[in-house]
Design a protein around this ligand. Structure first.
Ligand SMILES: [Ca+2]
Length: 278
């Protein structure tokens, strides 16, 4: 009796039976099924590698739009959720791509063809389910020289298309470039100072007055936390509070150590901050 009722229900209420049945690959799917939601091909979060070709209207595509991707080009996007369906279009045309691969998070999940015996718009070309509920990268890659068409993407109803991974900024370091009067100084992340450029007053701190065209590390100067570059002379603060200076000393700011100081001399102690602002 119960079995007869079920059979009768399907016969009498065919609509009930069809909504309970999930779409299968190769079928036309004009709207996302329950538990899914759809994004159209022109969504800016979908990236086309190559120049996408607008598909002519009137083909029965979703929203009457589609992008064609030519040759060995690809489509990429990121989504959150556990499942994805690629909605495309199948054509009875030998120039249609027959070898389109789908990669999820870099792993090949399978392939499909858009060549068929007749035109099927809004066709469910590929489906992947059972992914972890997380952000996933999708790449759909044509491996022959044919055209393939993307019409829409269906994903988990609770998910979303999301922006690609943004490359994080490099970890900040203390590396800092200082621009002097025809001389350059670089304070690196190890607390050492490099110099290059003009050196008439020994302002490169390298023990001579020879100009340098490549940056050269100043010997014996370590633990430096900051430097100040002035008119042909430089001072540097070490992490123990000592301050060193070198270069043009005609004014005597570095003490009675000569007018040209070619390498760092310690002239102050117990300093916490140096400030070269005018
Ligand atoms: Ca579309």
């Amino acid at each position: 009796m119960a079995l007869s009722f079920i059979v009768l229900s399907i016969l009498v209420f065919p609509g009930f039976a069809s909504t309970a049945k999930a779409a299968t690959v190769g079928e036309q799917l004009k709207a996302p099924e329950q538990g899914w939601k759809r994004f159209d091909d022109h969504n800016p979060l979908i990236k086309y590698n190559g120049t996408p070709l607008n598909q002519s209207s009137g083909q029965g595509l979703y929203n009457d739009t589609g992008y064609g991707v030519l040759g060995k080009d690809s489509v990429e996007f990121y989504f959150t959720g556990t499942k994805m369906r690629f909605i495309g279009a199948n054509y009875n045309n030998r120039s249609t791509s027959a070898n389109i691969e789908v990669y999820i998070d870099g792993a090949l999940k399978g392939s499909f063809s858009q060549y068929s015996s007749s035109l099927i718009a809004q066709v469910l070309n590929f489906e992947v389910t059972g992914l972890s509920d997380a952000k996933h990268k999708v790449k759909v890659q044509s491996n022959d020289n044919g055209l393939f068409v993307i019409d829409a993407i269906d994903i988990s109803e609770t998910g979303d298309l999301v922006a690609p991974d943004v490359t994080p900024n490099p970890t900040p370091t203390t590396t800092k470039l200082f621009v002097g009067d025809n001389s350059m100084y670089l304070l690196d992340a190890n607390g050492e100072v490099w110099s290059w450029g003009s050196n008439d007053y020994g302002q490169l701190g390298l023990g001579d007055t020879t100009k340098r065209t490549v940056k050269t590390k100043i010997p014996g100067l370590t633990g430096i936390t900051d430097i100040v570059v002035k008119d042909h002379f430089v001072i540097a603060l070490k992490n123990d509070g000592k301050v060193y200076g070198w270069g043009n000393n005609t004014s005597g700011v570095l003490g009675a150590v000569g007018e040209i100081v070619k390498q760092p001399v310690n002239f102050e102690n117990n300093i916490t901050v140096i400030d070269g602002a005018n």
